[in-house]
Design a protein. Structure first.
Length: 268
């Protein structure tokens, strides 16, 4: 080997070692698979992948990456990966995977097809990151939001056949849907004669408020329950004109819940 060739080879080795060291410190798991071999086995993994999964190189090289899947892995996510591999297109998915010790983690997985011209072959590079903490925080936030919505629609039974739903704060389309679902479920279970919708704590009236009353009245009418409104301010009647004609609904309205209960108890 000539001195020039020897230095070129040495430079190539040094470059490869530099690239390998850099990949080991990217803070993510990196694997390379060879689709030309049977079952698309893993032919390379960096230290980040070993740290992420708890395996040793000798335990996993030569295997398909599906060994990371488990009982709670979503088949739809697996199918997305298969489609990306079969079509040789980039794919990204957050999937439940499992470490060697059996613990589950959320894996943010990116797979890229890489064509190597000198070999005239496509390889797949997978970049994997543990996003379990973020997913758990998102699920916790979603749970809290669900509880807030549930508590924002408190249906309070006050006596046999009568319940009160006090509205507080701003009503938007999401809350309106939540309110209709809660009322529907409650009335179906209790089969009450009256539902009092108290609006004394609603300070601004938008389209969702007006349409909510209209839709709720239609819903309860079909279920055999009478809607009663309390706490309406004069501004509500003025603002309702563009949205709904409440005169055709023949709604019972009272100034306060106490006043409504006094009348309704006499009617029962």
């Amino acid at each position: 080997m000539s001195e020039e060739l020897m230095f070129a080879r040495l430079e190539e080795i040094q470059q490869n070692e530099f690239i390998k060291a850099a990949i080991d410190h990217v803070g993510a798991g990196v694997v390379i698979t060879d689709p030309e071999q049977e079952d698309n086995p893993m032919i390379y993994c960096n230290q980040g992948f070993l740290d992420l999964t708890g395996y040793e190189r000798g335990e996993i090289l030569g295997r398909n990456c599906r060994f990371l899947q488990g009982d709670e892995t979503n088949p739809k996510h697996v199918e997305r990966l298969r489609e990306g591999l079969s079509q040789q297109t980039p794919v990204q998915v957050e999937i439940k995977n499992y470490r060697k010790d059996g613990t589950m983690f959320w894996n943010e997985l990116h797979i890229f097809p890489v064509y190597i011209e000198q070999m005239d072959q496509v390889y797949f590079v997978g970049v994997q990151k543990d996003v379990t903490e973020r997913r758990e925080q998102e699920e916790l936030i979603a749970h809290y939001l669900s509880e807030v919505k549930r508590l924002s629609t408190p249906i309070v039974p006050v006596q046999d056949n009568i319940s009160v739903l006090p509205l507080v704060g701003t009503i938007d389309d999401d809350r309106l849907q939540q309110m209709l679902e809660a009322v529907s479920h409650h009335v179906k279970e209790t089969k009450e004669d009256y539902l009092i919708l108290d609006m004394s704590a609603v300070h601004s009236y938008n389209e969702a408020v007006h349409m909510g009353i209209y839709q709720m009245n239609q819903l309860l009418d079909l279920m055999g329950t009478k809607l009663v409104i309390t706490g309406i301010k004069p501004s509500f009647a003025i603002q309702s004109a563009p949205y709904a004609d409440f005169s055709e609904l023949s709604l019972q309205t009272y100034a306060t819940v106490k006043q409504a209960l006094k009348v309704l108890r006499q009617q029962l």
